[in-house]
Structures are given as structure tokens and as C-alpha cells.
Design a protein around this ligand. Structure first.
Ligand code: NCD
Length: 366
């Protein structure tokens, strides 16, 4: 069975294939209108959503399939204490494919342990959001003509913004891209993502001022400060207005820079910017639906998923310390870790595991 939990479950060739397939779907929608007849998609959304859930559902209907599911934890048996693993197993009896969103990081990894059908991660806590990345890649390809040699500014909540994590993982695999990570010190990219970025060899630097950086970007990816992930209201209120993209700042931007945002937008992009031809965030929404059609077709026509590439998972006797990790609540989940080896000089060159990252939420385990 093929799942999509992290964007790195797809190779660069597969991402390119999906983009190619999306272009064909867009041009010839009628040719695809019956391809999923007799198939059902379950959308299990334990967390609020407008675009992701509805675009999955629209995608499946447009492919001739059917949809069932729920749009909130309170209307599912999660509210009675049912585990993610049991939910995954149960829904496999009703549907051919599952799209799941959950507030806990790594939850879809728990679901695949019992699901009998492909599982798509539609956003897990502040961790990953691979299908938003598919929408983002199609936007860049269409609006900039390429996915390589781009200078991209990512701005706002880079700590909890899961769309940023998946997008960085995807774009760092294409040559020549450069990332400017614009955030307040408190909301910088987390260690696991930073680690992957360093390993990829992509050029990047951290910055705090949007004004100073906007003038040299090919694309600006704005994000919402993720209120629901903060432990303290005061901290959220202090950081909420960190970045507001308005007409004045847009005057500093190149004429061919595009503005992206996964949406929902709160106040980080002034509504007046919507009229600027460089604003692409509503196009992103349309591209997201088309890429989800391509993804559903791919997952339901393929078998076999590689384990997360390049990683060996081990048990260490430790438990993940991330309070938002699925392993903190779910019973019967074996704690697993990716060891990260560093070369040490001790007379000889040695490779020893010096850091461990949880295999579910990818947070560093101290
Ligand atoms: C994003 C998400 O849910 O992570 N929205 C989306 O899926 N398009 C971004 C956000 O909520 O800020």
C-alpha cells in the first residue's frame, strides 16, 4: 500500500510526475470524470479545515468517486477516547483511501499501523502538511515556470507552520534554491527541519525583517501565526502582528515576485494586496484541488511504499518529550527514533549516533 505521510515519501521524479498528471487533469477533466467510480474517500478531520477537506472531497467527486467522513473530533468516537489506530482500522472497512488531519504530531503514522488502505496526511499538528506542498509546487511551477533556482522568502510562524516544513523539505531537493527564513526569534524553523535543510546542502539564512528581504525574492510565502499551537495567549498576542504584508511593502518587491499563502489569512496580508497581480494565494487553492486529484489517482493505482527514505528507525528505551506528539496519548504505539550520526574526531573518524529524532513527530529527543 502506498501512503503519503511526509512529502519525502515522494521522490522528486514522482513530484514531477504528479505535476505532469495534474496538468493533464486540468486540460482534460472529462477524461478523468469516472476514474474513481465505485471508490470511496474518507476525510477524517479531527481539526478545523475549509480548503484541505473540501478540496479533497471536490477532487474525489470530480473523479467520479464518493466521500464520507467527519469534520471535527467532537463528532467522532475520538471524543469517547477511541485511539487513532482503532479509527484507522475501522474506517478501512468503509473506504478505499483516507485523508486525515489531526492536532497531534505524528498521528497519521499511528493510523497507518492499523489501516488497510492508503492514508494521506492532511496536516498533523505543527509538523507536516504534504498535500499543501503539492498545491504550492504547482503554484510555483505555473507562476514562476520552475521549481529550481528560486529565491524564496518564508515569513511568519516558521516554528508551528506545518506547510513551511513540508515545503522546505520538497524545495530543498531541487537544485539552486535559496531560502530566506523570516520570523521572530521565537518562531524559527524547528531543529528537525533545520537539520534536514542543512543535510540537503540548500542555501538558506534566517532573518527578522521582511522589508529588508522582500526586494530580492522570486516568491514570498506568507504564513499565519498559528494561534492554536501556542501554550500562552500572551505570547500569541505579542507575536501576532509581527508581519503584515501591505501595499507599502509590496512596492519594495520585484515586479515578478509572487505572493503565496496556504490560507486561511488572518491579518498578515492586507486585503488590498489581493488586487495586486502578484497575489497568487487564491490560485493556490485551485491548484491544490487538481494536485489532490492527481494524488488520489496515484495512490489508488499503486502498491508498495518505501519506508521513510534514508532513515533507520530504532527503539532506544526513551520516550518522545514533545507534549504534542501522538505517542503521548495513544496506547500501544512503540516509541521509535531516527538516530542522526555525526562524525567525531577522537584520534580516528567515528560515526556515532549523537541525536535522536522521534519517528512520529520528528522532534529532537533530548
Ligand atoms: C494551513 C494548515 O492547516 O496548516 N491551511 C491549509 O491547510 N491550507 C495553514 C494554516 O492553517 O495557517
Amino acid at each position: 500500500m502506498r501512503h503519503l505521510l511526509s512529502i519525502t515519501d515522494l521522490t522528486v521524479e514522482e513530484l514531477d510526475e504528479l505535476l505532469y498528471s495534474a496538468a493533464d487533469i486540468e486540460e482534460n477533466p472529462d477524461a478523468y470524470a469516472h476514474r474513481m467510480e465505485g471508490k470511496k474517500l474518507a476525510t477524517l478531520f479531527f481539526e478545523p479545515s475549509t480548503r484541505t477537506r473540501l478540496s479533497f472531497e471536490a477532487a474525489m467527486y470530480e473523479l467520479g468517486g464518493q466521500v464520507l467522513g467527519f469534520a471535527g473530533a467532537s463528532s467522532s468516537s475520538a471524543s469517547k477516547g477511541e485511539s487513532v489506530k482503532d479509527t484507522g482500522r475501522t474506517v478501512s472497512c468503509y473506504a478505499d483511501i483516507i485523508a486525515m488531519r489531526h492536532p497531534l504530531e505524528g498521528a497519521p503514522w499511528a493510523a497507518v499501523q492499523s489501516a488497510r488502505v492508503p492514508v494521506i496526511n492532511a496536516g498533523d499538528g505543527g509538523h507536516d502538511h504534504p498535500t499543501q506542498t503539492l498545491a504550492d509546487l504547482m503554484t510555483l511551477k505555473r507562476e514562476k515556470g520552475r521549481l529550481d533556482h528560486l529565491k524564496i522568502g518564508l515569513c511568519g510562524d516558521l516554528k508551528f507552520g506545518r506547510t513551511v516544513h513540508s515545503l522546505l523539505e520538497a524545495l530543498s531537493r531541487y537544485p539552486g534554491n535559496e531560502f530566506i527564513l523570516i520570523s521572530p526569534a521565537e518562531l524559527r524553523v524547528p531543529a528537525g527541519v533545520m537539520n534536514a535543510l542543512k543535510e540537503s546542502g540548500a542555501a538558506f539564512r534566517e532573518a527578522e525583517s521582511l522589508e529588508n528581504e522582500i526586494g530580492s525574492l522570486d516568491a514570498l510565502y506568507m504564513t499565519r501565526i498559528q494561534q492554536e499551537r501556542f501554550f500562552s495567549v500572551e505570547e500569541y498576542l505579542r507575536l501576532n502582528d509581527s508581519y503584515i504584508l501591505d501595499e507599502e511593502k509590496m512596492r519594495l518587491a520585484p515586479r515578478d515576485m509572487i505572493v503565496m499563502h496556504p490560507l486561511p489569512r488572518v491579518n498578515e496580508i492586507d486585503v488590498k494586496v489581493d488586487e495586486d497581480p502578484r497575489a497568487c494565494y487564491f490560485k493556490q487553492v485551485m491548484y491544490g484541488k487538481i494536485m489532490r486529484k492527481a494524488l488520489i489517482l496515484k495512490l489508488l493505482s499503486e502498491a508498495g511504499t518505501p519506508d521513510r527514505p534514508g532513515h533507520v528507525m530504532i527503539t532506544t528505551g526513551r520516550r518522545c518529550k514533545n507534549p504534542r506528539c501522538i505517542t503521548t496519548t495513544e496506547q500501544g504505539l512503540e516509541p521509535l527514533f531516527f538516530p542522526v550520526h555525526q562524525v567525531m574526531m577522537q584520534g580516528v573518524l567515528t560515526r556515532v549516533p549523537t541525536k535522536y529524532f522521534c519517528a512520529y513527530c520528528e522532534m529532537e529527543s533530548i
